[in-house]
Ligand binder design. Structure first.
Ligand SMILES: Cc1cc2nc3c(=O)[nH]c(=O)nc-3n(C[C@H](O)[C@H](O)[C@H](O)COP(=O)(O)OP(=O)(O)OC[C@H]3O[C@@H](n4cnc5c(N)ncnc54)[C@H](O)[C@@H]3O)c2cc1C
Length: 502
C-alpha cells in the first residue's frame, strides 16, 4: 500500500540535528513532503547507534544488526514513489534467537508456530497454553502500543487520561515479567518471553506489560539482515534523502540552537557553519539538546534540571571480534543467559553494580552474510547491559580491557573453546566511550528508561512545549527507544512539523 503524501508547504526550511535512524527517517519524511531539509551530524558517519567499523577485512556493525518490520523502512521510500528493494537487500534471519543457559540447555525462538511449540514443549510442555496466551497478548499489545499509542501525540494531560482506560484493560500496570510469570511457570521460558525489553533499555521486572509486543512483532514480521551489514541500510537512507534533494553535512557538531524570543531561528556548528530554518528538530541526546544546544535560553536550564531527575536506561558494554574459523552452529542472534536472571536485572538496573554473572547478547552476522568477514573467518559482537555511568561511576579506562576479557572467556567456555587464539582483531566500546562519541547522557544506550512514569505524556513529545518550532525525534522522545519506536517517533515529529508549517 502506498502511504499518503503529506501536504507540501511552500518554501519551508528545516534543520535536523543528528543523523541517527530517527533523524534520517525524519529528514526523508520532511524532504519527501517538500520541506527543504538539512541534516547536520557531529560524527564523520551517519547512523548514530547504528554505526560501523571496517577492520582487517571484517565489517563490524557496532549497533543493531537486524530489523523487524521491514515495511516501516520501506514506507520511507514509498513517500517519494521509490522502492527500497532497489537499494537494500534484506536476508531473513532464522532462528529469531537462540537462548542458552550455563548448563547447556537451549531454546530456539522461531517465527514458525509448530517449531516454537515443539521447542517450548522440550523445556516444559505444561507451559504450552500459557505461551499461546502470551503470544495472543503480544498481538493485543502490538495493536495497543505501537499501533495506537505510538501513533498518538500527547499534547496535554487530558489526551493521556483518555488513553488510560485501554491501558488498564490490557493490564498495563503489571510488569512484563509479572504478566509472563502469571502465565508460565518454567523459569527459562519466563526469561524467553520477557528479555526483549532489554533491547529498548527496559527492565522486564519494571516496565509495563504493554511492552510485551516485541516478541510478537518478531514472530509476525521476522528478523531481517541488510546484506552487507546494517551500514548498507543507513547509507541507503542517506542516498534516498540526497536523491530527493536533502542535504546532509557530516563531521561538524551543532554547538547552539539560535533563538529569537521563544522561536528557534537556526543553528550554529562548531566549525562556524550557520543555517537559518523555520523548523528545527533535534535527534541528539535529550540532555545534550537542552543543556548544551539550548543552554542560552531559559527553556534549556529548566528542562535540564527536570531531565537530571529522570531515570535513564542502562549502558551497553560491547566487544566486537573477528576470528579465524566458521561457526555455522552459532546462529545470527543468541542470548547467553547467566544463572540468576532476576538478580542480574536488579544488579544492573537498581543496585548499579557489575553482576558476577553476565547476560550476553551475541551477534554473529557473518553466519547469514559471509561477505562481512574474510574467507574462512567470522565476525561477532557481544553486547552486555551494564549500569549507566551515573549509577556506576567506575574508571572504565582501567576496567574495560578486563571486562572484555571476561566476556570473551564466557563465550569461550560456552561456545568457542579456543576463542583467544583465534582472534584476528577485536575492539570494545565501554559506556564512557559511548557517552563521549554519541554525546549520550551517562552513556545510556537507550535514553530515558521506558517506565510508565516516563511514557506517553510523561515523556518528551515531538514538539517542545515552550519553543514551539523546536522538535525532538529519537530514543528520548515519545514513543521511545528501539528501532520500531524511533521510526514511529519520526512519523509523529514529521506530522507535528507539517502542521506547524501549514
Ligand atoms: C549497541 C546497540 C545495539 C542495539 N540493538 C538494537 C536492536 O537490536 N534492536 C533495536 O530495536 N534497537 C537496538 N538498539 C537501539 C537503537 O539502535 C536506538 O534506539 C536507535 O538507533 C536510536 O536512534 P536515534 O534516532 O535516537 O538516534 P541516535 O542513534 O541516538 O543518534 C543520534 C545522532 O545525533 C548525533 N549528534 C549528537 N549531538 C549532536 C550535535 N551536537 N550535532 C550534530 N549531531 C549530533 C550523534 O552523533 C548521533 O549520530 C541498539 C542500540 C545500541 C547502542
Amino acid at each position: 500500500m502506498t502511504a499518503p503524501l503529506e501536504p507540501r508547504p511552500p518554501g519551508k526550511r528545516a534543520i535536523v540535528i543528528g543523523a541517527g535512524l530517527g533523524g534520517l527517517a525524519l529528514g526523508i519524511r520532511l524532504q519527501s513532503a517538500g520541506v527543504s531539509t538539512t541534516i547536520l551530524e557531529a560524527r564523520e558517519r551517519p547512523g548514530g547507534c547504528a554505526s560501523w567499523q571496517a577492520r582487517e577485512g571484517f565489517v563490524f556493525d557496532a549497533g543493531p544488526v537486524t530489523i523487524t518490520d521491514p515495511d516501516s523502512f520501506a514506507e520511507l521510500w514509498r513517500l517519494s514513489g521509490q522502492d527500497m528493494a532497489a537499494d537494500v537487500t534484506l536476508e531473513p534471519v532464522a532462528p529469531l534467537w537462540r537462548l542458552s543457559w550455563p548448563d547447556g540447555a537451549q531454546l530456539d525462538l522461531s517465527a514458525d508456530d509448530a517449531a516454537m511449540r515443539q521447542a517450548i514443549a522440550q523445556l516444559d510442555g505444561r507451559d504450552l497454553a500459557g505461551a499461546q496466551r502470551l503470544l495472543d497478548y503480544g498481538g493485543e499489545a502490538l495493536r495497543e502500543g505501537p499501533g495506537r499509542l505510538g501513533r498518538m501525540a500527547f499534547p496535554d494531560m487530558r489526551s493521556m487520561l483518555k488513553a488510560l482506560p485501554p491501558l488498564a484493560h490490557h493490564q498495563g500496570w503489571r510488569s512484563v515479567y509479572g504478566l509472563v510469570a502469571s502465565q508460565i511457570g518454567n523459569d527459562r521460558l519466563r526469561q524467553a518471553f520477557s528479555f526483549h525489553t532489554l533491547l529498548a533499555g527496559g527492565n522486564p521486572l519494571e516496565v509495563s506489560a504493554l511492552h510485551g509486543w516485541r516478541h510478537r512483532l518478531e514472530r509476525d514480521t521476522g528478523l531481517w539482515h541488510p546484506r552487507g551489514g546494517f551500514n548498507k541500510l543507513v547509507m541507503a537512507m542517506v542516498a534516498l534523502f540526497e536523491r530527493i534533494g536533502g542535504v546532509i553535512r557530516l563531521g561538524d557538531p551543532v554547538s547552539r540552537i539560535e533563538m529569537r524570543g521563544d522561536q528557534a531561528t537556526g543553528v550554529v556548528t562548531q566549525g562556524g557553519w550557520r543555517g537559518d530554518a523555520d523548523l528545527v528538530a533535534s535527534n541528539a541526546d535529550l540532555m545534550h539538546s537542552y543543556r548544551d544546544l539550548l543552554g542560552q535560553h531559559p527553556r534549556g536550564p529548566r528542562k535540564t534540571e527536570k531531565l537530571a531527575r529522570k531515570q535513564w536506561s542502562p549502558a551497553l558494554f560491547a566487544v566486537h571480534f573477528g576470528i579465524r574459523g566458521s561457526w555455522p552452529g552459532i546462529p545470527h542472534r543468541s542470548v547467553l543467559f547467566g544463572p540468576h536472571y532476576q538478580e542480574w536485572l536488579t544488579d544492573v538496573f537498581q543496585h548499579g553494580v557489575l553482576p558476577a554473572d553476565q547476560m550476553i547478547i551475541l551477534n554473529h552476522a557473518s553466519v547469514t552474510d559471509p561477505s562481512l568477514a574474510p574467507e574462512g573467518c567470522s565476525v561477532f559482537s557481544a553486547l552486555v547491559p551494564v549500569p549507566h555511568t551515573g549509577k556506576l561511576p567506575i574508571d572504565w579506562g582501567h576496567m574495560a580491557p578486563l571486562y572484555a576479557r571476561r566476556i570473551l572467556d564466557e563465550i569461550g567456555q560456552r561456545l568457542i573453546p579456543d576463542i583467544h587464539t583465534r582472534i584476528v582483531t577485536q575492539f570494545h566500546v565501554a559506556p564512557n566511550d559511548f557517552a563521549a562519541d554519541m554525546r549520550a547522557h551517562l552513556g545510556s544506550a537507550f535514553s530515558l528508561a521506558p517506565l510508565n512514569s516516563q511514557s506517553l505524556r510523561l515523556r518528551p513529545q515531538a514538539r517542545d512545549a515552550v519553543v514551539r518550532n523546536l522538535y525532538l525525534v529519537g530514543a528520548g522522545a515519545h514513543p521511545g527507544a528501539g528501532i520500531p519506536c524511533v521510526l514511529g517517533g519520526a512519523r509523529l515529529a514529521a506530522q507535528a512539523m507539517m502542521e506547524e508549517s501549514l
